[in-house]
Design a protein around this ligand. Sequence first.
Ligand code: GDP
Length: 205
Amino acid sequence: MSIEAEFVTSAASAADLPRDGLPEIALVGRSNVGKSSLINALVRQRIARTSATPGKTRLVNIYRVARGGGAPVYLVDLPGYGWARGDTREFDELTRAYFTRARDNGSACGHARPHIAALLLVDARHPGLPLDRAAWAWIERTVEGRAVVATKIDKLARGRRAGAMREFEAVFRHPVLPASAVAGEGLKDLWILIDRLATHTRGSR
Ligand code: GDP
């Protein structure tokens, strides 16, 4: 299936975010969890910058993506959390502002109301990290469309994967989709999930 993807902007504040009402699928997770790699794997090009040194940028990177000639969506790469030692907050101000703008403003100020779903990315090797639990609890309270993706599944031996997924699902009380940007596993299912979340957010307009 053909995929068109383009970088739109790096937003430093909520004022710089898109206002055209396209569905937004926002990827959040700890720094280094593999957000940029997953975006690149999904769109099959190096559109997002990956790095081995986490936590440098505090920007919201936004990509417009259309698959198979379908309706476009935004893939949104939010700042990673937990990168500073002693940082015990699940999300920074920018991420909170990003998600809560869906409730707080929108049509009231003449712009199309943003439609946002959250994909929480967690490292397949580390079920139940306190910051990931806190992030999910916050997302559950705040964002209607949401799902959990376990990244870097290639790093887990095959025989350990089912058990790890059960552990995750017990922690989050929600299905968890295993994926690997390196091995390409789970990407088809992830697109199905993204399409479903996008359709749902469109439908709630
Ligand atoms: P981000 O900070 O969440 O955007 O993380 P990056 O995408 O920059 O990835 C952080 C590191 O993890 C990089 O060294 C990547 O090569 C590595 N990485 C990302 N995804 C995968 C994956 O699916 N499998 C493996 N083995 N490594 C990955």
